[in-house]
Design a protein around this ligand. Structure first.
Ligand code: FES
Length: 110
């Protein structure tokens, strides 16, 4: 299993979660009742799965594809280490990854 630390919007509360290799960060968040909507079911059309990755962990991720970059450009509260949670897939190397849950997201489907 791969450990994931979700830092809640208050910046203080940290939820320790676990997922399997191959799960997305969105899958893990939803399995642990973390408030991440995922309205488009991972089709890169909503941005409600926006997460901000800790800088040191961000470097371990494969680069976002063009579609993900395009959706991130429209994401509310975009940060340099923002990613779509539905597109970040767990690997063993990501064990202990720290991700920040934004206070607000924008649903591009609406
Ligand atoms: S679930 Fe919609 S973009 Fe990730």
């Amino acid at each position: 299993m791969v450990k994931v630390f979700f830092i809640q919007p208050d910046g203080k509360t940290i939820i320790e979660a676990k997922g399997a290799v191959g799960d997305s960060l969105l899958d893990v968040a939803q399995a642990h009742d973390i408030d991440l909507e995922g309205a488009c079911e991972s089709s890169m059309a909503c941005s409600t799965c926006h997460l901000v990755i800790d800088a040191k962990d961000f470097k371990k991720l494969p680069q976002a594809c063009e579609e993900e970059e395009d959706m991130l450009d429209l994401t509310f509260g975009l940060r340099p280490t923002s990613r779509l949670g539905c597109q970040v897939i767990l690997t063993k190397e990501l064990d202990g990854i720290r991700v920040h849950v934004p206070a607000e997201t924008r649903n591009m489907l609406l």
